[in-house]
Design a protein. Structure first.
Length: 199
């Protein structure tokens, strides 16, 4: 039985931290997992910037409320869910994801949790498990699923390579060039066809 494993940001919705960077006027927050392979390092750096500017969870959630799925993402996801089981594997946080899942018709998502003080300050974060995307793909495989995965960033490569089939979607030129053996697509129609071909 197949199960499709999708990254969220950059694949189904715009990058949350880039949107927040633009809304807050803090260009440093544009840095994402497309730029920094070490997620732990990236998140600690982000939290430091939030503290420096006195920004908290509510500030980020106000921006997330304005974010819509990428054009065509919901139709792609609805079609894919008719043909296969689908789970979104994301390094985002449950406090960020809920309004976006509503706009995508409530797909299943496995993500992480922010640690938030009563004041709203984001004090830390708790990862669901080490190497969460790869660990989850391997766990699904241990239960008899054949995984097919897609993502756009460094933190997606391990789950893509561990899967029966995998694809890059709207990734950077560098990541595509560094991984020439992974098919890369730009349009949802192409990506849907790639999944269907792997079933």
């Amino acid at each position: 039985m197949n199960i499709c494993c999708l990254d969220m940001e950059g694949v189904l919705v715009p990058e949350i931290w880039i949107a927040f960077s633009e809304a807050s006027g803090i260009p440093e927050l544009r840095r994402t997992t497309r730029d920094e392979p070490d997620y732990d390092k990236l998140m600690h750096w982000r939290l430091g910037i939030l503290r420096e500017h006195g920004l908290g969870l509510r500030d980020i959630q106000q921006v997330i409320a304005t974010i819509d799925p990428l054009p065509g993402a919901r139709d792609f996801l609805d079609q894919l869910r008719q043909e296969s089981q689908v789970v979104i594997l994301s390094d985002t946080f449950e406090q960020f994801a809920k309004p976006l899942m509503e706009k995508l018709n409530w797909p299943t998502i496995f993500c992480n949790t922010l640690e938030v003080a009563p004041s709203g300050e984001v004090t830390g974060f708790s990862m669901r498990c080490p190497q969460s995307k790869l660990t989850t793909v391997r766990a699904l495989q241990s239960m008899g699923f054949e995984t097919i995965a897609t993502g756009d960033s460094y933190n997606d490569l391990a789950m893509i390579r561990a899967s029966k089939a995998g694809f890059l979607f709207r990734s950077t030129e560098k990541i595509i060039a560094d991984n020439p053996d992974i098919p890369a697509y730009q349009e949802f129609g192409e990506l849907l066809s790639a999944f269907e071909g792997a079933f």
